[in-house]
Ligand binder design. Structure first.
Ligand code: TYR
Length: 882
């Protein structure tokens, strides 16, 4: 069957809803082979939508309609098509009742109501509610919900929905609970859970003294892995009160962990549903990174209660209104809980590698997109991560005080409303008095702006001039761009590394040693006076804008910034630039079949860092980490994945050999402290283990027996997953075949019943740069712990291989591409959202040399012609080929 051409939805076509739903009364009757859903909707004509009574069109998909009742009378005069139930109301206000039958037990797309293992759960964002009942499934229709859930008492002792429980009862072997949510909400925030779940309970007293019950529900075997999420929740609640003045508003806050989930987690009102990978964590089974991810996602979903739920989006083009802002909030929270500089480094490295690639590729879109076929495809790095950077730039331009005034105004003005990105910016304008008209181009123009900077020192007049030239490449549908407002935080350093006072010509006084300047024209200069010597500029400190900045630094200047800059982020950045320069030379050497030689000065700089015991260890670990292969590919004009891999490996090897003694000393010291310290999930401990494991990963490249022995001991005896997994990863990448295979087998044996740990086990093999990675991945697909039905498994094995194993995926024979295309075709039928996401590596085909381009394109075409494509996959494939 060929694919039917899906409809394109445009922001410009937005219209207010014709009808409103004041009350939504739902009743679910859960059975093993079907579920009955009754909906009673108290509706009225939307006064803002004009006169007359237009046809009412309710959204609905895959529903078996059993009955329609209008104002208490059976009603037959309706029309049904694949996506709607339409009828003509004859009054301004009316009550519509429907009954439908649905099949959660066979719902593999994991949208709407579905089963995960033995439990029922929902995922309604963005348009899943229409798979539950006929409704106005759009975020600007907000309603008061009452939900009755009925099921077998034995199988489903726990029955949950949004809000507070108000009634319950028994009917033979079945029981029911009715929940009432006192806050109006759009349907995408609806949730229902039924299952045999245990819960960990705690409480939180809000700033106004209200006691809120906190519950985390999990399957019984996971009851010992909830404490970290609970601690994170309480920290988030306190932080949002202290930093944003936001108090929680219900008497109960629930989190439920489910194994089958398309994304990280979902902020349903009062009943957050989480991918179990984003809740469960304890020392023995979760790494430090997993602990930090849990903390960040718990915070993110909790913060949505205000930035998303109390104030929501008018339409899905405004998605970044809630997601960009909430990512900004959770990043600030994580920065406060851990090392702020390291958090910033991680976020920027991620943004530059992945979001910049998206912004330069066929799916490039603005933070507020103009059109889409399938909204699920727009839960992107651009909407989330770049959206967060845009809010961050507002924070930088306004300063913390005016920004907070702005968020207070935004929450107060729009509480209970569904609003737009413009409304958010307007609140910032009104609180600060700034005109943000031009700034708003960040919401409408796609692409990563470039800022070329040069500096000129005039010894005679003691002035230093910075010249800025900005541009932005064309993106699909946007050939020309207008200048952005780019906040550039900077300092000018003297030879001792001291900040010189920043005194702009024409201004009466200096602005201090560190200041933010708005660059808002295509060409622009800043002239600084009273500069006694030629300074080294430290530009874009803290990565104050999501752009590609270039400055013709000499190696000496980069080394100087790496050692001297008071801005921690820019110290790291200088080291990265130096490493990029050297790696690019090495890549060219590999391509010419020469021996790649690492710049000695980089080695010396790393050595100096290793000697500096005052440096934060997490920071040191970051600084020793060479730019990722994916980043080197992103910044290349034509990416050569095999040469990139070979060059980076050679560089790592050279560092390991040259700095063996210092790395070994650091490793042994930290390992000893770890051995003597019980596991603590806190920043100082994360830092120690990060450096220990970064050192181990280098040291193993030397293949020395004492390192192998230490690695095996760490693997076998450490009491926490962070150390064990790092040792396993080092073994998996090593040539010690016997040790590697034994370790993998032991690990799988020990954790065979823990799906999240098995995900790690799949990933570590999928990302191994050793030969025959694809064959290994193929054979792992047959492992008893693997299934294509579980999104975490797909991501752990297929996603990790195609997205992170560049050498394996880009094999010259094209087998990696074929493998991925086959999986996408398979997944298209069962889970379109996941299928579309797995496509990302193939969409980057234009980055590679002609032969690879041909192979990758051919696979995209094969997918396109495989027939019966979901709108999700259709959109990504056609846009990639366009
Ligand atoms: N709103 C969720 C978040 O906090 C994301 C999400 C979106 C989750 C769609 C699930 C889903 O199907 O980021």
């Amino acid at each position: 069957m060929s694919t039917k051409q899906p409809r394109v939805i445009h922001l410009a076509d937005y219209q207010v809803p014709d009808y409103l739903i004041d009350e939504t009364h739902l009743s679910f009757d859960l059975h093993e082979d079907h579920t009955l859903v009754q909906a009673r909707l108290v509706m009225r004509r939307n006064p803002a939508a004009g006169d007359g009574l237009p046809v009412l069109m309710l959204d609905g998909q895959d529903l078996e309609l059993l009955s329609v009742v209008l104002d208490g009378k059976p009603f037959l005069d309706y029309q049904l098509d694949e996506d709607h139930l339409s009828l003509q109301p004859n009054a301004e206000a009316f009550t519509l009742e429907t009954q439908v039958r649905i099949h959660p037990e066979s719902n593999t797309a994991l949208e709407g109501l579905y089963q995960s293992g033995s439990m029922f759960c929902t995922q309604c964002e963005a348009e899943g509610f229409r798979k539950i009942t006929y409704y106005l499934d759009r975020p600007d229709v907000m309603s008061l919900f009452t939900t009755k859930v009925k099921g077998e008492r034995k199988r489903y002792p726990v029955l949950l929905s949004n809000g507070n429980p108000i009634a319950q009862g028994e009917e033979g072997s079945r029981h029911w609970v009715t929940w009432e949510d006192p806050f109006k909400k759009p349907a995408y925030l609806f949730a229902l859970v039924a299952g045999d779940l245990w819960c960990v309970e705690d409480s939180f007293t809000t700033c106004s003294g209200r006691k809120v019950a906190l519950r985390i529900y999990v399957e019984p075997e996971n009851i010992d892995k909830c404490q970290h999420a609970m601690d994170s929740l309480k920290k988030s609640m306190r932080w949002d009160e202290e930093v944003y003045g936001r108090e929680y508003d219900l008497d109960i806050f629930m989190i439920v962990a489910v194994n089958d989930f398309n994304m990280g987690a979902m902020e349903n009102k009062g009943l957050n549903i989480f991918n179990s990978s984003a809740v469960l964590a304890k020392a023995e089974t979760a790494t430090d990174a997993a602990h930090q991810r849990v903390e960040a996602i718990v915070a993110h979903e909790y913060f949505h209660n205000w930035s998303g739920n109390r104030v929501t989006c008018r339409d899905w083009f405004q998605l970044s209104l809630k997601e960009g802002f909430t990512v900004f909030r959770d990043a600030a929270f994580s920065a406060d809980m851990n090392s702020a500089t390291v958090k910033r480094i991680e976020d920027v490295a991620f943004l530059r590698t992945h979001q910049f690639a998206e912004d330069a590729g066929p799916m490039a879109h603005a933070v507020r997109p103009e059109s889409f076929i399938e909204i699920s495809n727009f839960y992107t790095l651009t909407v989330y991560e770049k959206g967060s950077e845009v809010v961050g730039m507002l924070h930088t331009l306004l300063g913390p005080k005016a920004f907070r005034k702005g968020t207070d105004l935004y929450f107060e003005r729009h509480d209970g409303q569904a609003v737009t990105c413009d409304d958010f910016v307007k609140a910032m304008e009104d609180s600060s008095g700034l005109d943000l008209t031009q700034f708003k181009r960040w919401y409408s123009q796609a692409g990563t702006p470039r800022l070329a900077v040069t500096g000129q020192y005039d010894a005679q007049t003691k002035t230093y001039t910075l010249n800025f030239s900005q541009s932005c490449p064309a993106t699909p549908g946007q050939p020309e761009k207008l200048p952005f407002v780019i906040p550039v935080a900077l300092g000018l350093l003297d030879a001792q590394g001291q900040e010189l006072p920043l005194h702009l010509a024409g201004e009466s006084a200096p602005r201090g040693g560190h200041a933010v300047f708005s660059i808002d024209q295509a060409e622009q200069s800043l002239v600084f006076i009273n500069i006694p010597e030629e300074p080294v500029p430290s530009l874009l400190r803290g990565f104050s804008a999501p752009i590609k900045l270039s400055f013709p630094y000499t190696q000496d200047q980069l080394l100087f910034l790496m050692q001297q800059d008071s801005d921690g982020f820019n110290r790291w950045e200088a080291g990265q630039q130096l490493a990029v320069q050297s790696l690019q030379t090495m890549i060219a050497q590999v391509q010419r079949k020469e021996t790649p030689i690492l710049n000695q000065r980089l080695i010396q700089a790393y050595d100096a860092l290793l000697q500096d015991t005052s440096l934060d260890q997490a920071m040191l670990a970051e600084m020793l980490n060479l730019p990722a292969e994916a980043y080197l590919a992103e910044i290349a004009t034509v990416a050569d994945p095999l040469a990139i891999h070979a060059a980076r490996q050679a560089a790592r090897q050279a560092i390991a050999e040259a700095l063996f003694d210092s790395l070994w000393l650091r490793y042994q010291h930290n390992r000893e402290v770890s051995r003597q310290t019980p596991y603590v999930a806190e920043s100082e401990h994360f830092a120690r283990r990060a450096l220990q494991n970064a050192a181990l990963s280098y040291l193993m490249l030397t293949e020395r027996p004492e390192v192998l022995a230490a690695c095996l001991v760490q693997f076998q005896t450490a009491d926490n997953m962070t150390e064990r997994f790092a040792a396993l990863a080092a073994l998996v990448q090593s040539p010690f075949e016997a040790e590697r295979e034994t370790a993998l087998a032991d690990f799988a044996h020990e954790f065979k019943d823990n799906p999240l740990v098995m995900d790690q086990w799949f990933s570590v093999q999928a990302t191994s740069p050793l030969a025959r990675a694809l064959e290994r991945v193929q054979s792992l697909m047959g492992h008893s712990a693997f299934t294509l039905k579980n999104p975490n498994k797909v991501r752990a094995l297929i996603g990790a291989f195609a997205g992170q194993n560049h050498a394996g995926f880009h094999r010259v024979d094209g087998a990696g591409y074929r493998f991925l295309a086959d999986r996408v075709i398979e997944l298209n039928g069962s889970n379109p959202q996941i299928a579309a996401r797995q496509l990302t590596p193939l969409t980057k085909w234009r980055k590679y040399a002609p032969e690879r381009q041909q192979q990758m394109k051919a696979e995209l075409e094969r997918i396109l012609n495989s027939g019966n494509l979901s709108p999700d996959v259709y959109e990504v494939v056609t846009k990639s080929l366009a």
